[in-house]
Design a protein around this ligand. Structure first.
Ligand code: ZN
Length: 493
């Protein structure tokens, strides 16, 4: 045999060996299933019927956040706050409560002063409107909070009054048992998360900062227990704990032109044409793809649960990264996880068909991948537009922020969630995740080294589609497990 062929065979065998060694080592490292270790505290038995009744009362108050703030009814928000006082008497006897502005609600539970850092639980009690569009109709009226066949229907059942209810119910029950946490626990509930969180979360975070508070971890919404969402896991659920969150910025691009009579247009065209050409240049140049470390780690943690072939791919990202990025880029959901996205959402120009417009404006919304920044995006766009006549500025309607990565799988918060899930949701694989939406937790980024975005509800793709859509609902079984998760979690604090 020629020497070259022998070398090639040995080379190939060596390559395969390296892939396999890495595969078996990653598989062993993350082998599970996650199982409860020692030290599971006894938790009191929840009053589940009472819990459902209390959550129903919360759903029935239509605390709707409208983008047009004049449509919002502040009386409903105070009614919700008052209802909490009625539903949770022990919490209101024992915990400090502050209403901050019209929409911020803070509770402070004094711990045993053991020197442990406090923790902060977030949720929001506003919901998006529940209007019906076209042939999308609600099977049950969105604010009736009807329970039918073991399912609670209504706007806010998933996003996210259930999480607020878990927090309050847990505190009420533990207070009844005479339990006191080792450390201080804070709750901060916002009433305007769906329209930016500027009035609620931003102000509350400012207040905590003024008081010099620093939290061990902050738990907010953002991740869920995904079921039937990842084909390669078959029906095994995965708890997606958001350790990173994409940034947010909307740029306004303006083209100026000369107005005049449309019967005598300028040779160089109108402001509309100029802006349109700029938009085409942007859309032809999407941001590059990149696999964030959080997602790399997520894929590695799936290795013990997928086929050997896929396991070899997930455990050898040093080699297979381009392949993964290519596959992710083929689907809009996974594509949004591997690049900064840009979407032209508003285009405004012209008033009348026979008048040349003097100005054209568009808005381009971005969700920023960790590693990129608002400043970088602005620089890149100016270069891509390549037109001095187009001005670019942060639109400023919503607060913009760079991406946030706070926390690691080795930190206390992630480990605690994993440990508790092993008890309340056995068989679930707990993985880190990149949240591509925006949550209230971004305002608390300077107050902690760990932000965890997670709500312990098991959701299928059909369930997820009802969030901000019609027929939002949650099964009672799901709620019961979620409540047990919170009880376990608090008992470990
Ligand atoms: Zn929400």
């Amino acid at each position: 045999m020629p020497v070259l062929l022998i070398t090639a065979i040995f080379g190939a065998l060596g390559g395969i060996l390296i892939l396999l060694i890495r595969y078996f080592s990653v598989k062993k490292q993350y082998a599970g299933p996650d199982s409860p270790d020692s030290g599971i505290p006894d938790i009191p038995e929840p009053d589940f019927d009472g819990f459902v009744h209390r959550l129903r009362r919360m759903i029935q108050i239509p605390t709707v956040s409208w983008t047009d703030r004049s449509k919002r009814d502040p009386a409903l928000f105070s009614q919700f706050q008052d209802e909490l006082v009625r539903l949770y008497p022990r919490v209101h006897q024992s915990l400090g409560r502050e209403v901050h502005g019209d929409f911020g609600l803070i509770y402070h539970w004094q711990g045993k002063a053991t020197g442990k850092k406090p923790v902060l639980f977030l949720a929001h009690y506003d919901v998006v409107p529940a209007e019906e569009r076209g042939d999308e109709t609600w099977e049950e009226s969105p604010f009736s909070a009807r329970v039918r066949d073991g399912v609670l229907w209504g706007r806010g059942t998933l996003d996210i009054k259930s999480q607020l209810a878990f927090t309050m119910e847990t505190a009420e029950l533990l207070l009844k048992e005479g339990w006191q946490p080792d450390r201080d626990i804070y709750f901060a509930f916002g009433g305007d998360e769906e329209i930016s969180g500027r009035e609620g979360a931003q102000n509350m975070a400012g207040l905590f900062k003024q008081r010099g508070l620093e939290f061990e971890f902050v738990l907010d919404e953002g991740g869920i227990i995904a079921k039937n969402q990842l084909a390669f896991l078959k029906d095994r659920p995965a708890a997606l704990v958001g350790l990173a969150e994409k940034g947010f910025v909307t740029f306004e691009i303006t083209a100026k032109g000369e107005s005049g009579h449309s019967s005598m247009p300028f040779k160089e065209g109108t402001a509309v044409g100029r802006l349109a050409r700029g938009v085409v240049r942007l859309e032809k140049r999407p941001f590059p793809t990149r696999l964030d470390p959080v997602l790399s780690n997520m894929l590695e943690r799936f290795v013990p649960y997928v086929s050997t072939g896929l396991g070899i791919v997930f455990s050898n990202l040093w080699l297979t990264r381009p392949l993964i990025q290519y596959i992710f880029s083929k689907n809009k959901v996974t594509d949004s996880l591997i690049r900064t996205t840009q979407a032209v959402t508003v285009f405004k120009a012209g008033e009348q068909e026979n008048v040349l417009p003097g100005e054209a404006v568009c808005l381009v919304n971005h969700r920023i991948l960790p590693g990129d920044t608002i400043e970088m995006i602005g620089r890149r766009h100016r270069q891509t537009l390549g037109d001095e006549g187009l001005t670019l500025a942060d639109a400023g309607n919503w607060p913009s922020n760079d991406p946030i990565s706070a926390g690691d799988t080795g930190d206390t918060g992630f480990k605690l969630i994993r440990k508790v899930l092993a008890v309340t949701h056995p068989g679930v694989i707990t993985v880190p995740y990149l949240v591509n939406g925006s949550t209230d937790s971004k305002y608390y980024r300077d107050l902690t080294g760990q932000i965890l975005r997670f709500c312990p509800l098991v959701l299928t793709p059909e369930d997820v589609a009802t969030i901000h859509g019609v027929n939002e609902r949650v099964s009672l079984e799901n709620l019961e497990k979620g409540l047990r998760f919170y009880l376990q979690l608090f008992s470990h604090l």
